[in-house]
Design a binder for this molecule. Structure first.
Ligand code: GSH
Length: 205
């Protein structure tokens, strides 16, 4: 059975949602963030040297990085249900959006999280983060014009990966500047498996 090492309020929410969509048997091993540092507890380092979440275990394999976990699980359990056909042009689009979530999209948002936590004025980083967020989110907002999903007008791993990015955007109250993203996020939140994942996130939060 797949074991998910889950940290509360983390990217692991993506993987719970995905596992629910796949309908496979899995077990959640919960961990709680430190209330002051907000870091993961040291026990997670015995699962993977970085001590971060999500991490899955299956058949003795340890897989970290939510993008890799998403690609691996979809390829194994739902290669055509939650991804375009490999030979189709949409597959490239799918890969691009799936990886965009943990690269171009998340970086400026993380900078904003850390700047807010630090509380000190910066020389240029705060302006850089704001400008990058605007650039990246305008790009996503334009992509979603007239669309319900990022790729092929159906739910894929790319949507599941991007959902966490929009959760962070929402926490900063920035969603209102991007009406297509706001509508898309509301629509994603209606998926029964997303709601189930949210319930579990609350249970282990
Ligand atoms: N790129 C990794 C990032 C993993 C990551 O940074 N996870 C955060 C939670 S969202 C974490 O475990 N933070 C706790 C810590 O660093 O102690 C992924 O996509 O899985």
């Amino acid at each position: 059975m797949i074991k998910l090492h889950h940290l509360n309020q983390s990217r692991s929410m993506r993987i719970i949602w995905l596992l629910e969509e796949l309908g496979v048997e899995y077990q959640i091993v919960p961990y709680k963030r430190d209330s002051v540092s907000f870091l993961a507890p040291p026990e997670l380092k015995s699962v993977h040297p970085l001590g971060k979440s999500p991490v899955i275990e299956e058949d003795g394999r340890i897989i970290s990085e939510s993008g890799a976990i998403t690609e691996y699980l979809i390829e194994k359990y739902a290669p055509t249900e939650l991804a375009p056909e490999k030979e189709s042009p949409e597959y490239i689009d799918y890969l691009q959006w799936l990886h965009f979530a943990e690269s171009s999209a998340i970086l400026p948002l993380l900078l904003k999280v850390f700047i807010a936590k630090d509380g000190a004025p910066t020389n240029f980083v705060a302006d850089y983060a704001d400008a990058e967020i605007k650039k990246v989110m305008t790009y996503v907002n334009e992509r979603l014009e007239g669309k319900t999903y990022l790729v092929e007008e159906r739910l894929t791993g790319a949507d599941i990966m991007m959902s966490f990015v929009f959760d962070v955007l929402t926490k900063f109250g920035l969603l209102e500047h991007y009406p297509n993203i706001a509508q898309y996020q509301q629509q994603l939140a209606q998926h029964p498996c997303y709601q189930k994942a949210l319930e579990l996130e609350v249970k282990y939060g």
